[in-house]
Design a protein around this ligand. Sequence first.
Ligand code: FA5
Length: 345
Amino acid sequence: MSDLEQELSALRTAAEQSLQSADSADALKEWHRTYLSRTGALTTALRRLKEVPADRRAEVGRVANELKTILETALHARETAVEQEADRAGSVDVNVDVTLPGRPLPIGHLHPSTAAIQEIYRIFHGLGFSAYEAPEVETDRINFELLNMPAGHPARDMWDTFYTTTPGLVLRTHTSSFQMHAMWQTAPAPVRVVSAGKCFRYEEVTARSEFMFHQLEGVAVGPGITFADLKSVLLEFANQFFGPGQKMRFRKSYFPFTEPSVEVDVACTLCKGAGCHLCKQTGWLEVLGAGMVHPTVLKNGGYDPTKVSGFAFGMGPERLTMLKYQIDDIRYFFSNDVRFAERFP
Ligand code: FA5
């Protein structure tokens, strides 16, 4: 027997003995480092294989490889035994308190515009209005013409329009296009509906105006509806949306599809009326346009204007939210910053 063969035999005895006394994951790791790692005793011994006489070298090499397999198998068996022993003793290495509450997963949050629209829908539902959806891409006819703005009407300039590459199709500039859909669906029966959605205008983006924003349109048509009904509905809405005491004013205005027409301003909550960039130093921010539906529009919608009358309004949920929560710039709504959404209840 060569020196190396004797050494391998002694190494096996020592390794097997010390493995039996290794009784923890750390001790087993240390055992592996001592005997089987690249710097361990077995590898070191094998480096001396070239010292073995040539006629014995192949045989010693085989024995050494066998020893490696034997020790690896013994290590795995011992690891399993140590783990089982630890489990039995209830002393797993990791401290796990199974009674701790789970980590909360972050859940999504409603976009503030969506939350505002839902709140406004809720209020109008209480006032007897149903909610409908209407298309965001509209015909020129529905967005303008049937709303009393034939081609070339100067009032079209009130809305800077995004035209599509399909002639006659536009991105709706306001939700007033919904008025036609609502009337066609219901005429000649009375109607009381609201509809919210995106509008698009080729406008300069500022602290109070976006090129894409939401509007919520309301329309009510039936016998004997008056401006007093419009006013009381809007006052009740503001009362519920802002809480009692929010200052508002009705200002005469012009829309081709309503007569008479008004715009409604809410006292700026950011500067408390003193004047700021949001209210353009006026102390007021316009939140909606409204009026009594023009007889021509009633006719286009399928109603007889000698028998029924109606009111319509179009409000901006973003502007209303800005006033409710003192948000100084509309651009936050569409900046996709989740920290903004998380500020809202
Ligand atoms: C209209 O769009 C009319 N269709 C409203 C209307 C409906 C009048 C029914 C009569 C009857 P106006 O352009 O003023 O009107 O817009 C109405 C509201 O939409 C504004 O008061 C504001 O709250 C919101 N709004 C308008 N433009 C923007 C914009 N660029 N960014 C954010 N909100 C806007």
